[in-house]
Write a protein that binds this ligand. Structure first.
Ligand code: 6R9
Length: 649
């Protein structure tokens, strides 16, 4: 496709939605946005009750919000079934024959699942789980490739009131083990393997390793996907296709309370092991649904595609839940963006006529690097709306996305949110918000976002500070699973009754919010959160390592690269082989996504006199090659010169 209206774009460019787009959008002017936003903040009960009435409640709520900071109950007294809203509601409305999921496997196999078929498949899996003794509130760990069965497994849990906990397929056995232990899962749903760039990732083998010495998991359901050789443990492991053949395709969705737990999703923090972020039912449903309606402008005849994996929050809220609540047709793709070449995504958009496309800046940068020839072969004229998530988008990537993929005609919604927030929080509304590269623009309805300084005072225009949310919102996290104290300490202890996101941000004179990046020791590598503490603890678990410090370094495609400084134990020789070994070791402990990009040996690490590693200095060193600040507070300032040498070789 040629792009006729190619615009030259920089960070000052402001683009207004076209008249055609606005005319069909749900919110078509900034006045309308402002007045709806005002109502949503001043009278959240009326605003959210109105939105919630689009959905099905087996029993209506008595009270929209009960807020005893930092604990919220949304739609108190209501009864609902999340799965019924995602599936049965559409079948009952006569849309059973509409495609819910159009799926393409990496090897090229294709499948369409209608809402009616989805209902049957979900009911079968729900009946299988019942047969295995899974009950309401039991935890079920899901470790699956991007196949419709991943969504089916999630929805089957939701239907029973069981709590799913998904582990991304790129995580290792040890990561699964930690999550199994923390959540005390009683059942697992996995597959033999997963396709990734023509190779098979041995999911079941990883699971077997994670299950050694586990005594909570009673049954493991295994989907046959790659037909790779696996071991089945008698009495514990069961094939998906055999078990689903034994049960019926009907199941009555029971109503659960609005605060019934829906899922746990682990995410990295600045300290210790990943936290199990807990989301519940009614508020999460209303939040994800409402953002699909207004931000993604989902309509009856849209073909929507989000390229995330269900292992991340984006895959939960904007693959499995939101789009199905909204009743759209969505595309799901199993494999890598560059298989068999960098044109795969564009061929999928052309083939299925995708109208709304949601991806990450890191993917966009990789496409730019691969070259325009992979895009030029395909007709992308079906697209009408683009979205990004995961990290700030740089103007060059924005320009390419806008012109090359969007043909200069599609608004881009840059959506800021987090695993914790459950749904998009800051984003343009495509029919009205003037968009600018690099800013997620305005808070969504019900989101009282502000930027505060350390004393809790609101920052001036362009003054950087901490991004906070001052009022509860429906899809907010409810706790850290099993650890209320950590929930209170991590998110609610900076300011009284106010949620701290952990991101730095600033607001421009027009009210646009720019996210600067994490304020804690969390890296954003290809849009994924990795805790430096986790990688450090993986490194020091290796028997050659005495100490380790991990920092992020700006990276052209990934956003940030993982750079490690390692002090070896006395008597261990610094070799390149050891670097490779340490790299693989981190991969084994956490997962391939955490493998360091660089490892430097250092005779010592820069520390304050109280023994704190000064990662800030290391960060500056890897980014610029030098240290500008005052280093006199260091316990031993000679380590800086030695580290400088280890970086430059
Ligand atoms: C949805 C998701 C959350 C962190 C968040 C922030 C960064 C996400 C962003 C963005 C700038 C955006 N982030 N979206 N930064 N602009 N549009 O990514 O959740 O994996 O929990 O990461 O990602 O730093 O705090 P999660």
């Amino acid at each position: 496709m040629s792009t006729n209206n190619t615009l030259v774009i920089d960070e000052n460019t402001v683009i207004h939605p076209s008249k055609e787009f606005s005319a069909k959008a749900r919110v078509s002017s900034m006045e309308q946005y402002e007045s709806m936003h005002k109502q949503s903040i001043e009278d959240p009960d009326t605003f959210w009750a109105n939105e919630a009435s689009d959905l099905k409640w087996q029993k209506k709520w008595d009270k929209v919000l009960d807020w005893k900071a930092p604990y919220a109950e949304w739609f108190q007294g209501a009864k609902l079934n999340v799965c019924e809203n995602a599936v049965d509601r559409h079948v009952e409305a006569g849309r059973g024959n509409k495609a819910a999921i159009i799926w393409e496997g990496e090897p090229g196999d294709k499948r369409t699942v209608t809402y009616q078929q989805l209902q049957h498949e979900v009911c079968r899996m729900a009946n299988v789980l019942i047969a295995k003794g899974v009950k309401s509130e039991d935890r079920v760990l899901i470790y699956m490739p991007m196949v419709p069965e991943a969504t089916i497994a999630m929805l089957a849990c939701a239907r029973l009131g069981a709590v799913h906990s998904i582990v991304f397929g790129g995580f290792s056995s040890e990561s699964i083990k930690d999550r199994l232990e923390d959540s005390k899962a009683v059942a697992v749903i996995t597959s033999d393997g997963s396709w990734r760039r023509a190779g098979v990732v041995p999911l079941k083998d990883n699971m077997d390793e994670a299950l050694q010495n586990n005594d909570t998991v009673k049954s493991v359901i295994v989907l046959k996907r790659c037909e790779n050789q696996i071991n089945m443990t008698e009495g514990r492991d069961f094939w998906w296709h055999e078990e689903t053949a034994k049960v019926t395709a009907t199941h009555k969705p029971e109503g659960f309370s609005s605060e019934h737990p829906l899922f746990i999703l682990y995410t990295s923090g600045s300290t210790g092991k990943p936290k199990g972020i807990l989301h519940t039912s009614g508020g999460y449903m209303v939040g994800t649904y409402t953002t699909c309606k207004y931000i993604f402008d989902m309509k009856e005849d849209d073909v929507y595609w989000c390229t995330a994996d269900v292992g991340w929050i984006t895959g939960h809220s904007y693959i499995t839940y939101g789009p199905l609540f909204a009743g759209v047709t969505q595309v799901m793709y199993e494999g890598g963006p560059n298989f068999p070449d960098w044109g795969r995504f564009w061929s999928i958009i052309e083939e299925y006529g995708v109208t709304i496309f949601y991806t990450a800046p890191t993917a966009i940068r990789a496409f730019i690097k691969a070259g325009d020839e992979f895009v030029d072969k395909y007709d992308l004229s079906s697209l009408r709306l683009l979205g990004t998530v995961g990290e700030p988008i740089n103007p060059a990537a924005w320009e390419w996305y806008y012109n090359k993929i969007g043909g200069g005609r599609c608004p881009i919604v840059d959506t800021w949110w987090q695993t914790e927030t459950g749904a998009a929080m800051i984003s343009p509304l495509p029919g009205c918000t003037p968009i600018k590269p690099g800013t997620a623009t305005r808070p969504f309805f019900g989101v009282d976002a502000a930027i505060l300084d350390e004393d809790g005072k609101e920052c001036e225009v362009d003054q950087p500070g901490r991004l906070v949310i001052r009022k509860p919102w429906p899809s907010m996290l409810r706790s850290v699973y099993g650890d209320k104290q950590r929930y209170e300490d991590t998110y609610w202890s900076d300011y009284d009754g106010i949620y701290t996101a952990g991101d730095g941000a600033r607001k421009d004179k027009d009210g646009n919010i720019y996210i600067i990046g994490r304020l804690d020791d969390v890296l954003n590598v290809s849009g994924h959160r990795l805790g430096t503490a986790e990688i450090e603890s993986a490194l020091v678990a290796h028997n050659s390592v005495a100490e380790a410090a991990v920092v992020g370094k700006p990276h052209e495609i990934k956003g940030q690269a993982v750079v490690c400084f390692v002090t070896l134990k006395t008597g261990i020789t610094e070799t390149d082989e050891l670097k490779v070994e340490l790299r693989n070791h981190v991969g084994k402990v956490i997962g391939a996504i955490a493998k360091p990009d660089a490892i430097h040996f250092a005779p010592g690490l820069p520390k304050t006199r109280s023994g704190k590693i000064m990662r800030r200095l290391l960060k500056e060193l890897v980014a610029t090659g030098k240290v500008t600040g005052n280093i006199t507070t260091l316990e031993d300032s000679t380590v800086i010169a030695a580290i400088q040498k280890s970086i430059t070789g």
